[in-house]
Design a protein around this ligand. Structure first.
Ligand SMILES: *Cc1c(COP(=O)(O)O)cnc(C)c1O
Length: 502
């Protein structure tokens, strides 16, 4: 088998093995790690995955990317992560029919009820295996900036994992009640959760700054520790997301919904551009994926970018009913642009320096044209999100969360605009129970002010008939452990203090 090395989007001459890319999280000069070539998956190989479990399909895909991991290591990681104790379905990801030729890929059957579990259940195994392989013999400190779902999923993945410590920062007003409750009640001896007075971008920039600060790194080094990232800038977060596109294609073909070779469009409610980028990688590998439909909420920096070639974060930031997509800096776009420029690291450095300094960059006509061929960008405001939740509940008896509704709305617009009736997969990224208040309101059952999350959960259960996820029900009686909130300028100090390094 060919060895796949990883290079940095900001310095193509850097070459590391996947274990190092995962352990480091981000390259020293701030670039993101990408595989130097994208492995291929033939139609025969796709067919050969048919009678395999999700964990086995995952191990197969990983063997193409993480070529320095042994087969036994990959089997250990996949079989530890994709279990029926962690996920409430043996299929791990479920496929539901919305209407003829349109399928919902339910990625929220894991322990925290959002799609982040698909990657964050396995990342700790990748990371601890990588650290062992590299003989690093250091404690790995995971810093996470979250817009709501990553934080909880990372906490669940890393809690009490030997040799790791995890710290999560979330925007104080930027997450749903249930998301906040999930995080502040987190159990485990190696976890810290802290609110930041700012938005998600403030949290993300703060974390990135701490990560790349040499003085901080040296302090860690002397304390026998090293940073890594559980955000989707880490390749170990991205590669597990490729698996469900591969696996779902096989499952749809096996159930006769599509024939092997048929094109399948993919719609993804997008924030940091990680999930949709994974679909693009699956397409590059050879999975017959058609149009990639990128759905945003009113923070529509990506819609504008896909349509104009100008990325401009100088705009108002809105807190919406789909908070996990309230993002103005979509980190993973850097990986796509690296690929679309033919791996032009100088160009990427230019654009991202410009983004850091002016909040804006404009890509070349060539890249703009490629973007338009591959992607369709659309957005959906909160009013349309609500209307969509209501519409698909009434038309198809399907209850979806706010993020998924954004995707459905943008897909409907795409279909109307283009007349494209290619069969389509819509990523359903969270359980509606995580956003009970918004979903109930959309269904005309607005909870009275002051109604607690659990009365809403009950109410939503009555309306939707969907089972309440056991992991959410269990939070009700758990004590709130983490109540601290800090300014964004205090993040570095906070981290050093918690690590006893100041
Ligand atoms: C994180 C998240 C998204 C956005 O995914 P990206 O990979 O950041 O684009 C969408 N929906 C939900 C529910 C999420 O948690």
């Amino acid at each position: 088998m060919v060895t796949v090395l990883y290079k940095s989007t900001r310095n193509s001459s850097i070459r590391v093995e996947s274990a190092a890319a995962i352990a480091q999280g981000i390259s020293d000069e701030g670039g993101l790690f990408v595989p130097e070539s994208i492995p291929a998956l033939t139609m025969e190989e796709l067919k050969s995955l048919a009678d395999k479990t999700y964990a086995q399909r995952a191990a197969y895909v990983f063997s193409k990317y993480l070529t320095d991991f042994t087969e036994a290591e990959l089997r250990y990681c996949t079989e530890s992560a994709y279990t029926e104790t962690a996920f409430d379905t043996e299929n791990i990801a479920e496929i539901a029919h919305l209407f003829d030729g349109t399928y919902m890929l339910e990625l929220w059957h894991g322990p925290t009820c959002a799609f982040k579990d698909m990657a964050l259940q396995i990342l700790p195994y990748f990371l601890t295996t990588a650290v062992k392989k590299l003989h690093m013999d250091k404690k790995v400190v995971i810093l996470v900036a979250t817009s709501g779902d990553t934080g909880k999923a990372a906490l669940e993945g890393f809690k009490d994992v030997p040799g790791t410590q995890i710290m999560v920062f979330y925007p104080v007003e930027g997450v749903s009640d249930m998301q906040k409750r999930q995080m502040v009640t987190q159990e485990g001896d190696n976890v810290t959760v802290c609110a930041v007075k700012g938005n998600f971008d403030d949290c993300q920039s703060g974390v990135k700054q701490i990560f790349t600060d040499h003085a901080v790194q040296q302090k860690l080094e002397s304390g026998g520790m090293t940073f890594s990232s559980a955000n989707s800038i880490n390749w170990g977060r991205l590669v597990p997301q490729i698996v469900y596109y591969v696996s779902t294609y096989v499952s749809l073909a096996e159930s006769g919904e599509i024939a092997y070779g048929d094109l399948l469009n993919v719609v993804v409610p997008t924030g940091n551009f990680g999930n949709i980028l994974a679909a693009y990688y699956a397409k590059c590998m050879g999975v017959p994926i058609g149009k990639l439909i990128c759905a945003s909420n009113i923070n529509k920096v990506l819609t504008d970018f896909i349509r104009t070639g100008v990325y401009d974060r100088n705009r108002d930031f809105y807190a919406t009913s789909s908070p996990s997509m309230d993002i103005l800096i979509s980190s993973n776009l850097e990986r796509l642009l690296y690929l679309l420029t033919g791996e032009d690291d100088a160009q990427i450095r230019n654009w991202f320096t410009s983004l850091a300094e002016t909040g804006r960059y404009e890509v070349t006509d060539h890249v703009k044209q490629k973007m338009a061929e591959l992607f369709y960008g659309g957005y959906c405001d909160d009013a349309a999100t609500k209307a969509t939740i209501c519409e698909i509940y009434e038309k198809y008896g399907y209850t979806c969360d706010t993020h998924t509704a954004v995707a459905v709305h943008v897909y409907e617009a795409y279909r109307q605009e283009t007349g494209d009736t290619t069969k389509t997969l819509i990523a359903s990224t969270a359980s509606p129970y995580k956003f009970s208040a918004s979903v109930l309101e959309a269904l005309g059952q607005a909870p009275a002010d002051g109604t607690d999350e659990y009365d809403m959960v009950e109410q939503l259960h009555k309306v939707s008939g969907m089972e309440v996820p056991a992991s959410l029900a269990a939070l009700r009686t758990k004590p709130r452990r983490f109540t601290e909130s800090i300014n964004k300028t205090e993040m570095q100090q906070f981290v050093l203090q918690k690590l006893h390094l100041n």
